[in-house]
Design a protein around this ligand. Structure first.
Ligand SMILES: NC(=O)c1ccc[n+]([C@@H]2O[C@H](COP(=O)([O-])OP(=O)(O)OC[C@H]3O[C@@H](n4cnc5c(N)ncnc54)[C@H](OP(=O)(O)O)[C@@H]3O)[C@@H](O)[C@H]2O)c1
Length: 265
């Protein structure tokens, strides 16, 4: 039985704690939170225990860092004296490097993970990378923790982890952008908000299902919904003329550049 302590019981920290709690993993999970209201809200669910007594960190096997990166230096200062070398730290903080965490906490075993928001509905995508001090068995256990929220993808380096922010980490924001544009168009075309929502949600979900369940490229799928001289090809040709695909690629590049900037590169 592993003792896991999550520091930061906000959106992501709570999502992970709840997913681990619901999973068959042999783990005892608790949350350390600063906000009294949040502690009360979590404890009122009668599942995971939340509190503000940092001393529990002494007996934790795994410490899961889920606070905002800006406050990481303060958190490091307040918990460093409670931690020891055998413990393993998992961080989902964007931009905070493994080296910064090792120095800040005075330990070696660190896994850096980059989840995304659909983790909240068990359809998350998490990329991750570890320091060499993490053993194969330890990494397997951490991978199982991360997999409790959805898909996991190990990456070879921290640079690759930062690059994954452009595809999966920030990806939901880009998908919502496209859906938002479709929703506005649907309203302009006279569909009621409820109708537009159902049309867009099912169209996206159905397209994703086709993409996931068949070994067919996206270009081929675009071809399959387009007949010569038809409606879909008319819309797609307009997007091509306006270089929308190129601009999406540029937007992703700007996002990745920001991820590197936050990581001090
Ligand atoms: N949300 C995403 O989609 C996403 C995706 C990938 C990575 N991440 C990463 O996940 C991390 C958490 O993001 P989030 O959206 O879950 O943020 P959040 O909802 O603000 O959660 C952070 C929580 O930590 C609490 N906290 C602050 N200082 C603390 C301390 N010293 N000890 C214990 N708890 C403390 C905060 O309380 P107060 O509100 O009172 O300060 C808050 O409840 C961030 O580092 C972010 O980069 C998030």
């Amino acid at each position: 039985m592993k003792n896991i302590t999550v520091i930061g019981g906000g959106n992501m920290g709570f999502t992970y704690a709840a997913s681990i709690y619901d999973s068959p993993l042999e783990a005892k999970i608790q949350i350390l939170e600063k906000s009294k209201e949040r502690i009360d809200a979590i404890n009122s669910l009668n599942t995971i225990v939340a509190g503000d007594d940092y001393a529990v960190l002494r007996d934790s096997d795994i410490v899961f860092l889920a606070v905002k990166p800006q406050i990481a230096p303060d958190v490091f200062k307040s918990v460093k004296h409670l931690l020891h070398k055998d413990q393993l730290v998992v961080s989902i903080m964007a931009g905070t490097t493994i080296e910064t965490i090792q120095q800040g906490l005075g330990l070696d075993k660190v896994v850096r993970a980059m989840p995304n928001l659909p983790a909240q509905v068990n359809l998350g995508t998490t990329t991750y990378v570890s320091s060499p001090e993490v053993s194969k068995d330890e990494l397997e256990f951490i991978a199982a923790i991360l997999a409790s929220t959805g898909e996991i993808i190990p990456v070879a380096s921290e640079d690759q982890l930062d690059r994954s922010i452009g595809v999966s980490g920030s990806g939901p924001g880009f998908v919502f952008y496209m859906m938002n544009a479709m929703e506005k168009a649907a309203h302009d075309l006279g569909f009621a908000p409820d109708e537009a929502k159902r049309m867009i949600a099912q169209t996206v979900e159905g397209s994703v299902k086709l993409y996931k369940e068949n070994n067919i490229s996206l270009e081929e799928w675009m071809g399959r919904v387009s007949s010569k001289g038809g409606t879909t090809i008319a819309g797609l040709n307009y997007f091509e003329e306006k270089k929308i695909a190129e601009e999406i690629k540029n937007g992703i590049a700007v996002c990745v550049a920001r991820a590197f900037e936050l990581g001090g590169k």
